[in-house]
Design a protein around this ligand. Structure first.
Ligand SMILES: [Zn+2]
Length: 324
């Protein structure tokens, strides 16, 4: 079975995230998980966003939960000494990300939505999003590795795995592996429409995931491409079993969000990426101007058709009650 509509209704927190018309309920806070203990290092180019070890992260998310932030996206940051050409450690069940998911799920159960990033690039020594063969990214060799990483996140208890790689056929491959393992309630958020954008710079500094050679132009979408390709990608992923469709970045592609939202019948998410965050953080002079800018941007996302907004502004927006 490929399509499981009940996944988006499985817990109270998932239903709130997807169905609520409130902007505050639509927000997802991203986090970066590192190895160690007591680690809390702010990322230079992303004020307010830190690399955190599991103990600090769990406390941060507990504080977020108390303020009303129920939706969290976790990115693993892998120690360079553990990286190899096949991203082997990414599916090890006792990596910091897996430990964090297990701990958070046992603490918050169905009251939290945890999304976990699934890609190879944070754990490959060459920084590419897949298996490299003859100096090129091999799509079909990458699929089983992605499925294994996704499966390890599902086993840890993730609500949604977030497939950010853009390989062909990976949603179907991951769904099949979930079905075989009996993970019929784990959702798949697909980065279906992800552009080879120049707005990802600060994130790549944080994740140390820039490719050591070449670029991502053979899998991510061309920034000049039209609506047909976006709708084709989104429609294929829905057919393969995606539960949420993501458009990334957000600000320069709000027209694409509208076209995709019109074309498919699954929730649409936008990723308000690190470069967009930096633009606001460097140009807004104080909290009040940040609030005005973020309010304008988030209403724009909603108007464009976004059901879910992944944004580094989430914590401040919810804490200071910029939205109801
Ligand atoms: Zn990647």
């Amino acid at each position: 079975m490929k399509i499981r509509p009940r996944i988006n209704r499985w817990t109270a927190a998932r239903r709130k995230l997807i169905n609520s018309s409130s902007i505050a309920h639509s927000l997802v806070q991203p986090h970066f998980v590192v190895d160690g203990e007591g680690v809390d290092v702010e990322i230079n180019s992303m004020p307010g966003i830190s690399l955190q070890s599991v103990d600090v992260l769990v406390q941060t998310i507990a504080d977020d939960m108390a303020m009303g932030i129920s939706n969290h996206m976790l990115f693993p940051i892998v120690d360079p000494s553990l990286k190899d050409s096949a991203a082997t450690v990414a599916s090890h069940t006792h990596m910091p990300l897996h430990n964090a998911v297990r701990e958070l799920k046992s603490k918050f159960g169905g009251d939290i939505v945890i999304m976990t990033d699934v890609c190879l690039c944070t754990a490959t020594d060459h920084g590419h999003c897949g298996i490299v063969h003859n100096q090129a990214l091999d799509n079909d060799l990458t699929l089983p590795v992605l499925s294994q990483i996704a499966l390890s996140h599902a086993e840890a208890g993730a609500d949604y795995i977030a497939a950010s790689d853009m390989m062909d056929g990976r949603i179907g491959a991951i769904r099949d592996s979930f079905e075989q393992a009996g993970h019929t309630d784990t959702g798949i958020l697909s980065y279906s429409v992800k552009y080879a954008s120049s707005f990802y710079g600060p994130f790549r500094d944080a994740a140390s995931s820039s490719p050591s050679f070449g670029d991502r132009a053979t899998h991510q979408m061309d920034v000049t491409s039209g609506y047909s390709e976006a709708i084709f990608e989104a429609t294929n992923d829905v057919a393969e079993g995606a539960d949420i469709i993501m458009v990334k970045p957000a600000l320069a592609y709000m027209d694409v969000v509208r076209e995709v939202a019109n074309a498919i019948h699954r929730p649409v998410a936008v990723y308000n990426v690190s470069g967009e965050y930096s633009m606001v953080m460097t140009s807004a002079e104080d909290e009040s101007s940040r609030k005005n800018m973020v309010t304008e941007i988030f209403h724009g996302f909603k108007r464009a058709g976004a059901d879910i907004i992944v944004s580094y502004h989430t914590r401040e927006a919810v804490r200071l009650q910029w939205f109801q």
